[in-house]
Design a protein around this ligand. Sequence first.
Ligand SMILES: *[C@@H]1O[C@H](CO)[C@@H](O)[C@H](O)[C@H]1NC(C)=O
Length: 232
Amino acid sequence: MLKLLLLLSLIACKIALSASFCHSSGVSSFRSRSGILLHATKSDDSSSATTTTTPWTLEQLQEHALQEGVELSISTLGPGFRTVARSTHNSSAILGYGEGFVRPNGDILHLDKMEVFSKMVKQARRDNPDFRGGGNTFGVGLLFGYQCLLHGAEQGCKIAEFLAIDDEDFQHRRLVRFYSRSGFEVIKYIGDDFQDIPARMVWGGCGTLMRANIDDLLPLWTQILSKSKSTQ
Ligand SMILES: *[C@@H]1O[C@H](CO)[C@@H](O)[C@H](O)[C@H]1NC(C)=O
């Protein structure tokens, strides 16, 4: 019953959102240049990564982040969650955040927003000579993203879904490229068409729907983050 109510209120709120259609949804995402991470993942053999790397626990992740100058936290409300990355040198400097919820049927982690504030990251770099932030601007995104994934896994989610929003404020193609390189698979484009209405109701906008198995993503991201550690 509770699940049904949650689902209904979710749908109601998404109808309100999807009325605004594309290019105006106000949903935000990674804004910064994605070029840097690309070389970190160029080898692209995610299959071997999944067999050789053991994912970090939450404690290991948080400890790694602290060494990089990033403090991670998470707050939850019902099925919803938000992870926040802050500078260890200034707790009011928010470097980025990830937000989403566990879908009512319980096996999908729905990632709504993944945003990195590159100005704050630059500031943190100036304030803290030891700041590494996961290796680069997108490293911060992987750090709080990792905590989102761990939360999903803990809640029993097998799959993570993310909509790379196609909004004129965002560089949609870069988002898609970034998430493809970090282990997400492109499922389909959710557009303005009539048949995409249900998907728009779920996501509140247009964009490219991307999906990944959490069990595959965690070892891959562990490898990317440890690589950034060893090269700096
Ligand atoms: C901490 O960060 C906030 C937000 O950027 C900034 O306004 C404040 O001046 C910073 N504090 C210090 C001590 O640097």
